[in-house]
Design a protein around this ligand. Structure first.
Ligand code: 6PG
Length: 216
């Protein structure tokens, strides 16, 4: 794992964009996450000069809300990355979270794998994407996308790529910002809690994991 700390937001954003685009070829598949952390990185990424039509953008997870909802990850990505990439977003108009997950799972199977880069955050309970502690999704080995639930956060019904889909990516870039994330970093370093209690521990198994922490 590569772990880097930054003391200014500008340095953190620059390093994050650099890490994300470093090995991007003409065709590029990029998986993004939601949450409050990544917006400045996505805005800077939008400035990167390339033929965006050759890029596929996926979402690691989504909240089961309309795409115009303030909690929608699709909305976050559309607002921060106004680029002509191919956006492969979850269908939150589907009849149920399960139906939306089935649809995304099918779509992912038809797309080239593995993803080039997956950008992730880590929540206070150690979740990444929408893979929460004690979720059966942590042990899902067949599917690439599932419906999950949380009682801890604003939107209970979630959609998420599975560990199998995320961990097969060529590179993982984890973005953390703020002093409130320090306990998560300590937990990652110690690796003491089991995956069931601290799902992000799974990320440590990835051979090309980059954690960028803005200590601001
Ligand atoms: C989401 C996510 C989620 C997020 C973490 C960190 O849609 O909420 O994809 O996994 O990355 O919860 O969130 P913050 O950036 O808000 O700390």
């Amino acid at each position: 794992m590569s772990f880097r700390v930054f003391f200014s937001e500008a340095d953190w954003v620059e390093a994050a964009v650099h890490e994300i685009v470093l090995d991007a070829g003409k065709r590029f598949s990029l998986v993004l996450s939601g949450g409050s952390t990544p917006a400045p990185v996505y805005r800077a990424l939008a400035e990167w000069e390339r033929d965006w039509r050759q890029t596929e953008i996926f979402l690691a997870d989504e909240r089961f809300v309309p795409a115009i909802d303030k909690d929608s990850n699709a909305r976050l990505v559309r607002e921060t990355l106004p680029i002509p990439a191919e956006f492969l977003l979850w269908n939150t108009e589907a009849a149920s979270p399960q139906a939306a997950a089935d649809e995304y799972d099918q779509m992912l199977r038809q797309r080239a794998q593995p993803f080039d880069v997956v950008v992730l955050g880590i929540g206070p309970d150690g979740h990444f994407a929408s893979l929460f502690p004690r979720s059966p999704a942590l042990h899902e080995h067949e599917r690439l996308a599932v419906a999950t639930e949380t009682e801890e956060f604003a939107v209970r019904e979630r959609l998420s790529m599975t560990p199998a889909a995320i961990l097969s990516a060529k590179k993982l870039v984890v973005l953390l910002k703020g002093a409130q994330k320090l306990p998560l970093i300590k937990e990652l370093e110690s690796g003491k809690k089991p995956v069931e209690e601290f799902p992000a521990r799974m990320l440590l198994d990835h051979p090309d994991l980059h954690v960028l922490f803005a200590n601001i």
